[in-house]
Ligand binder design. Structure first.
Ligand SMILES: [Zn+2]
Ligand SMILES: [Zn+2]
Length: 69
């Protein structure tokens, strides 16, 4: 697995599909969620998008979080 690190905040995450915002330093589960949080041209908190945050700090769709094991 590929581990990636943000130079700005030092956070580390696993997986190429994960999208870490270098502006607000939040990590999203995939590029679609990342795009959604930037839809207005500025960063929107995951909680504003009905996302839930894992203990690793990654924002997931609520549906996926409840079905993921
Ligand atoms: Zn952002
Ligand atoms: Zn960061």
């Amino acid at each position: 697995m590929a581990t990636q690190r943000c130079r700005a905040c030092g956070s580390v995450w696993v997986g190429m599909d994960r999208a870490h915002c270098r502006c607000c330093c939040q990590t999203f589960d995939d590029a679609a969620l990342f795009d959604a949080h930037r839809a207005t041209g500025s960063c929107v908190a995951g909680s504003e998008l009905d996302l839930v945050q894992t203990k690793n700090g990654i924002w997931l769709r609520l549906l996926e979080a409840s079905t993921a094991r």
